[in-house]
Ligand binder design. Structure first.
Ligand SMILES: [Fe+2]
Length: 339
């Protein structure tokens, strides 16, 4: 009897070990293809179908994942329901999906900390992503989150910021002084915040975790100069704080919001992909002296990051609806280090 039991235990043990090993090997696979997109004003579009045909180990929703800032929480629930039941979202769920929000899914155009329904909006955001009821993310204020993928030496940390929940009111200029992108301009009021102190402290702790490469998703652009729309340059002290916090780190920003795509560098690389389903009506970009690829792209698109861990390079591409490449830029890891 003892003999049979110990055989069973051994068999069970080895099965368990085999199972655990399988799970571990899968979890330790390095990521090589990351897709990043923003601004989905519909849940059915040829660009969304195209996205499902691209190589993908992780998909990042960078905000304006639904447009729900005009009809209260019932409209938001309906928009999330349509997205969740779409061919696109169901197709994506075969790979890990991470998300943050921008203003239209936060619930208020250009909204910030003073938006009164932000808690309800956050509940709907996590419901969309099936975040478990007891998850600490549901108790936290703001949807910022992080996850690390891959084995040591090929470890990718993905950080998604919340640039809405705590953001102070922005400084505006009179109509006659407006830039092409809108009414906002830089403020030297250092009491104004982009992330809020709680999120800044969380980010500091997150950056202490080991990683070989970090991606930071910010719904609004990090690197471009002030253009009138929402961007980090509107709060230059917060932009400086981020740059000094990231000093010496190997990092790239991913952003959306603008309804066109462009690649910039100002202290750090910032690859902007927007919109997945909308054509930019004006078709011309705002001025940006930090743009590193002269062309911009104003039709539906998705961003593709390819990480070559052996060659130690990261290649950012903007993919068109027909699958072609609109923009491309390759960066050796060494150039990703923030100075
Ligand atoms: Fe948008």
């Amino acid at each position: 009897m003892t003999h049979v039991l110990s055989r069973c235990a051994r068999l069970f043990g080895s099965l368990l070990l085999a199972g655990l090993l399988t799970i571990q090997v899968r979890a330790e696979e390095p990521l090589r293809h990351i897709l990043f997109g923003s601004c989905l004003d519909t849940h059915e579009h040829p660009m969304l179908d195209r996205t499902l045909t691209l190589p993908c180990d992780l998909f990042l929703f960078m905000g304006d994942n639904v447009y729900a800032d005009t009809g209260g929480i019932p409209l938001m629930q309906e928009k999330y329901r349509l997205l969740k039941q779409s061919r696109f979202f169901k197709g994506l769920r075969k790979v890990p999906v991470m998300a943050t929000w921008d203003d239209h899914d936060f619930g208020q155009n250009d909204g910030g900390a003073d938006f009164t329904h932000k808690r309800e909006a956050q509940t709907e955001f996590w419901n969309w992503l099936d975040e478990p009821a007891d998850s600490p993310r549901r108790r936290q204020e703001g949807v910022y989150t992080t996850r690390t993928f891959g084995p040591p030496g090929q470890r990718l940390q993905v950080i998604l910021l919340d640039t809405r929940y705590f953001r102070s009111p922005l400084r505006t200029v009179p109509k006659e002084l407006r830039l092409l992108g809108g009414p906002y301009t830089a403020s030297d009021d250092t009491t104004k915040t982009m992330l809020g102190e709680t999120q800044w402290r969380w980010l500091e702790a997150t950056l202490d975790q080991p990683a070989d490469l970090r991606l930071i998703v910010s719904s609004i652009q990090f690197a471009p100069e002030v253009h009138g729309g929402e961007c980090w340059a509107n709060l230059p002290h917060e932009q400086r704080r981020m740059r000094s916090l990231l000093k010496g780190q190997r990092v790239a920003f991913l952003s959306g919001d603008r309804h066109w795509s462009e690649f910039s560098h100002h202290g750090a690389f910032d690859f902007t992909s927007s919109s997945m389903t909308q054509k930019h009506p004006r078709g011309t970009p705002t001025a940006n002296r930090h743009r590193i690829v002269p062309t911009t792209y104003h039709l539906p698109n998705v961003g593709h990051l390819q990480i070559d861990w052996d060659a130690a390079t990261l290649t950012a591409k903007i993919i068109r609806e027909d699958g072609g490449v609109a923009l491309e830029h390759r960066v050796p890891f060494a150039e990703l280090v923030v100075e």
